[in-house]
Design a protein around this ligand. Sequence first.
Ligand code: NDP
Ligand code: HEM
Length: 478
Amino acid sequence: MNNKPKLTTTGGAPIADNQNSITAGPRGPVLLQDYQLIEKLAHQNRERIAERVVHAKGWGAFGTLTIEHDISKYTKAKVLQPGAQTEMIARFSTVAGEAGAADAERDVRGFALKFYTEEGNWDLVGNNTPVFFVRDAYKFPDFIHTQKRHPRTNLRSPTAMWDFWSLSPESLHQVTILFSDRGLPISVRHINGYGSHTFSLINDQNERFWVKFHFKTEQGHKHWTNEEAEQVVGKTRESTQEDLFYAIEKGDFPKWKFQVQIMPETDADLTPYNPFDLTKVWPHSDYPCIDVGTMELNRNPDNYFAEIEQASFSPSNIVPGIGFSPDKMLQARIFSYADAHRHRLGTHYESLPVNAPKCPVHHYHKDGAMCFKSNGTNSDAYYEPNSFNGPVEQPDVAEPPLKISGDADRYDHREGNDDYAQPRALFNLFDDGQKARLFSNIAAAMQGVPDEIVERQLKHFELVDPAYAAGVREALKG
Ligand code: NDP
Ligand code: HEM
């Protein structure tokens, strides 16, 4: 009994009674002076923070990234040098559901990684799919509105989804993945992760290469059918949390093979597709996957809220040797995430232990809500430039110029883009069973959608492959 920690108020004062509030007599009303009761109720009122506007339901764990192969001719990033082992956190998620949504839902899975490198945090905020539904960020909020609840019914709306998709043929590639077997994984241990966008790697000669990042599951791909998922959700809404948490708890650590595809900088003008278009992959036959290392998750968080709910990932977090690309979706995401975190968590979200870099941090930002930054030993250097030995810039990490050109305009992103060839390549990978499930998954998701929208979508499937449209049409009859 005596070894137990002493219960205190948040101010540190000992609490004598945590069972009975202070009342005027045993039956009487509560006194306003019972600040301990008030503190407890007030804290409870503030337990929830804004949930992520997308990817609200998530699961996460800590681990390591180990580099086993030499890609130093492409990048000087210390995190990617042979033998480097870097602590990291992963947060996986579904996109559309709220924080309490069931896990076994057909949806894209988020695959967000934060590597605590000695040169700062490197975040790779990807998905389990190599492509996305839209290629211009201008359409992202519209797309997300179709995935969330209808403003009047407060229900998800298949009509809105198929209306938007059928009017946005660039979505076909991702739609085909979503309704294929991989659209409903049994757990995040059984998915691949993709950085999806094209990024840069920069070597010690300051040469730029375009790169795509891939994480291939070593647990094998495993999926539920729609019918199996219905059974699962009937029994537990937390199937992924259970699977990931208990696998790690019992020492069965999930691993992913880390690979890159590399494109020489000047190839970008030569490919038949735009290599910065997020609705396209780079075919492996043109740009093979190169082994880099292994990612392993081996530690569960101690406090889900502090470490997973408050984890904040941003594509703007890059380190020397890794850079961006002209992908317009990536450009928008570089802005959007830190803005979301300042809203969701506050100005100093990067001071929270889960987000804090594990390398020295020196900047001249000042004050703001919940600031607990120390002035260190040098409180005179609070502006820049200064004569008081404050932190100085490091010109040696400057990137080579990013070549861009063109007249500023709103260019039609659909012009000159083949939205059908790559979905066709994917469709042709599927065996008869996979195709049959693709057709029936789509037909099930189209229930109640007006005929004209269904017909518009079927025309797109027809342009991918007549068998695709015919299969869905047949499944719609059943
Ligand atoms: P490859 O035959 O070399 O590669 C096919 C890829 O498809 C593999 O990476 C495989 O993943 C993946 N795949 C298999 N089934 C599915 C599915 N149901 N949903 C999503 N991906 C799946 O062909 P290409 O590189 O020429 O690409 C052909 C098509 O494959 C593309 O149009 C694209 O849709 C898809 N794909 C391509 C990727 C790429 O980076 N090139 C990455 C992922 C998909 P795994 O290796 O894990 O089995
Ligand atoms: C989460 C914006 C496209 C992957 C989020 C969040 C925002 C956002 C605001 C919530 C962040 C938070 O509150 O913590 C956007 C915008 C996009 C876009 C504006 C398009 C321009 C994408 C794409 C991918 C992606 C293409 C994957 C390739 C994720 C993931 C999360 C997320 C994985 C969850 C991160 C976590 O686990 O905390 N996105 N997104 N997003 N997004 Fe995007």
